[in-house]
Design a protein around this ligand. Structure first.
Ligand code: UDP
Ligand code: MG
Length: 326
């Protein structure tokens, strides 16, 4: 294993407009602070634009680049997992391709790690250039997560962080498929510290997290770290039990006072309410069961189609990952 000082990992999905700028800024920071003893691991997560061909071009001129092409779009968290598996540096710096998280914070994070931290994560104190909806949903999500999960996941943090080799290895050894990486890192424990920073606007392009991906991400986060939603079935049961008792008293009073009850409306409402609650609860259970099923299959987390890097710096790839060196 080449004892590199640093690996920078960047998952990219349709990021053709920003990659050159990313490359320049990361290279400048790394050259200044670690010399040439680093690698920039770029993962193409099944992009439909020119992202992969740009990565290939860059890797032809820059021996520090390791470009990984996944076989299709696996989603941000799995693309990042694939990148983390390929890293060889003593420390690993995780970035987004859109430069919302400034690579220039590297030296500050390195200094914190010199003091003995295993993880230094960026904590957003301000977010620029994002829609009100994005900011509000992120705010709501982190607070909901905090109430739901049993471990302490810091609020307003993304995957922007510097990790020690030890922390990365621990993370790489977690086999679960529905990955919520920032939560998994919190779960590891060890010494972790926050570095407050202001999140910039995207350098180019649109967000690659539409509402559907955000919902999936939130469900992965909550179900991955909490069984509290399953318990909701019991809470609903208790609430409706109490409501039913009160209704029973009301019905009995009407019965004994001899007034005829034309209860069709209330009956219909009760049936609808009960039906929807039952479906909701069944859905929650199904969510967990589906996850059990998917995990039980034991498929690999991701498939690497191709790895391109300069031959003397090429990372070792295990044969199961179906990679081909060029
Ligand atoms: N990304 C990815 N696969 C996906 C979606 C996103 O690799 O399916 C990458 C994307 O290129 C970026 C990072 O994940 O580097 C974060 O995505 P984005 O910036 O769109 O998310 P946001 O900052 O809007 O939450
Ligand atoms: Mg972004």
């Amino acid at each position: 294993m080449a004892g590199l000082k640093l690996s920078v990992v960047v998952p990219c999905y349709n990021e053709e407009e920003g990659i050159h700028e990313l490359h320049q800024r990361v290279t400048a920071v790394c050259r200044e602070h670690v010399g040439t003893d680093y690698e920039l691991v770029l993962i193409n997560d099944g992009s439909k634009d020119k992202t992969w061909s740009i990565m290939r071009e860059l890797s032809a001129v820059d021996p520090n680049i390791v470009a990984i092409n996944l076989s299709r779009n696996h989603g941000h968290q799995l693309a990042l997992s694939a990148g983390l598996q390929m890293t060889r540096g003593e420390r690993v710096f995780i970035l987004d391709a859109d430069l919302q998280d400034p690579p220039e914070l590297l030296p500050k994070m390195m200094a914190r790690m010199d003091d003995g931290c295993d993880v230094v994560f960026g904590q957003r104190v301000k977010r620029e250039g994002e829609t009100v909806f994005k900011k509000a949903s992120a705010h709501f999500f982190y607070r909901l997560l905090d109430r739901m999960v049993d471990i302490d996941i810091p609020t307003d943090t993304g995957d922007f962080r510097l990790m020690s080799r030890r922390a990365v290895e621990l993370l790489n050894n977690m086999p679960e498929h529905h990955r919520f990486i920032r939560g998994m890192v919190s779960w590891i424990g060890l010494r972790q510290e926050a570095l407050p920073y202001e999140r910039a606007a995207r350098f180019a392009g649109e967000t690659k997290y539409p509402l559907s991906k955000m919902i999936k991400f939130a469900i992965d986060a909550i179900t991955g770290f909490s069984v509290r939603p399953l318990r909701m079935a019991s809470y609903f049961g208790i609430c409706f039990g109490i409501a039913t008792l009160l209704l029973l008293v009301y019905v009995l009073i009407h019965y004994f006072t001899g007034r005829s009850v034309d209860g069709w409306t209330s009956l219909a409402v009760i049936m609808l309410a009960l039906g929807s609650i039952q479906l909701f609860v069944a859905g929650v259970m199904g969510e967990y069961m589906g996850r059990l099923y998917m995990e039980a299959k034991g498929r690999p987390l991701f498939i690497i189609q191709e790895v391109v890097s300069s031959p003397e710096k090429a990372p070792a790839v295990s044969p199961t990952e179906k990679a081909s060196h060029e």
